[in-house]
Design a protein around this ligand. Sequence first.
Ligand SMILES: Cc1cc2nc3c(=O)[nH]c(=O)nc-3n(C[C@H](O)[C@H](O)[C@H](O)COP(=O)(O)OP(=O)(O)OC[C@H]3O[C@@H](n4cnc5c(N)ncnc54)[C@H](O)[C@@H]3O)c2cc1C
Length: 386
Amino acid sequence: MKAANLHLELPTLTPKAEALRQEVRAFIAEERSSGRLPPPRRIGLGFDKDMSRRIAQKGWIGLTWPKQYGGQERSALERYVLNEELLAAAVPVGAHWVADRQSGPVLLKFGTDAQRRFYLPRIAAGELTFSIGMSEPESGSDLASLKARADKVDGGWRLNGRKIWTTNAHHAQYIIVLARTSVAEGSRHEGLSQLIVDMTSPGISISPIVSMAHEHDFNEVLFEDVFVGDDALIGKEGNGWNQVSAELAFERSGPERWLSSFRLISELVDVLGPDVRPSSLEELGRLISHLLSLRQLSMSVASMLQQGKSPNMEASIVKDLGTKFEQEAVRVVRNIVSAEDLIANGRAERLRALLIHAQQYAPAFTIRGGTNEILRGIIARGIGLR
Ligand SMILES: Cc1cc2nc3c(=O)[nH]c(=O)nc-3n(C[C@H](O)[C@H](O)[C@H](O)COP(=O)(O)OP(=O)(O)OC[C@H]3O[C@@H](n4cnc5c(N)ncnc54)[C@H](O)[C@@H]3O)c2cc1C
């Protein structure tokens, strides 16, 4: 086993990063006291366009991007601290999350200068919501088997296909679609390309998919002869698989992979009084110690991104461990709530709402962004077991 392939270093946070943490906390306190940020009753990323604009006004979207594209040229670890604070306080960041985390970085890494100039400042201003058009009804884990295709026509591409589970497609201005643009001669991974598509283009229809938690977050999106110009192609034609792999490293490593249930834990801590059973304290203590070690892992991936590395395997480890932790957190909180009889005695109305939502939502943790079985395959390959 090539364990030497695994590079995880423990970074330390700079005074600048800690100063940013205080700024973010002050912003959240102000939002709470003004009533613009009510305490959450659900877990996961809420969607609030106005909140995204206020976050943008602070310069906190595209924080690491070059100033010429609307960014602040701050470090990946500072971005890490920002997101950690926003997520721990359950600030609704869903309107800009995908654009900030992966669509913008993909354009920075592979896009043309014209694409960067057009999209990035508008993302940084909190104006644009992006969605991810990868999964299809018959292609999720085996993404390379996808059937969406874009055929070359005069001045652009004609796109046909069906994407599914597209989070926030009904709110988004743009979607980045992975489609086949040429027939692969060798590997199926060749001949795929990424296209940036305006959601108002003729030929697009969006149907809602309502989740088990009775929420409309994701959709099915149908593309019928949708024309996109040559300037919609991101990077090189046929290089989509490599680009998507880089994009998924951004998607898999962030603190959202282990902080979704944090609000549930902190609400429980707020509700628990001084007389807690030792068994409850022990379970809670174990949970918090796991949380702290995940935090170190996640920070070390942020530090690798800062150094310009592509930590695909390390990001997969964070997501695998982090999402299992999130599901475990729901189980532990439920046990403690029941052992301490918190709901029956009426002390915990908000905790109850959060717990109900978390139980309905938790199965998604280990599916979204690539299932844990698939991540373990990536980890096994990374350490030389496959
Ligand atoms: C909350 C949420 C949001 C999402 N948002 C988006 C989005 O915005 N855009 C987007 O494109 N997609 C999105 N997805 C889709 C997500 O990426 C897919 O659901 C995921 O990749 C799994 O694909 P699938 O659902 O087709 O399952 P399948 O691939 O059919 O897998 C079914 C089961 O088989 C297992 N399995 C499959 N292949 C293997 C294998 N080779 N070895 C071992 N086990 C295997 C899987 O682990 C899984 O348990 C979202 C999903 C969720 C839950």
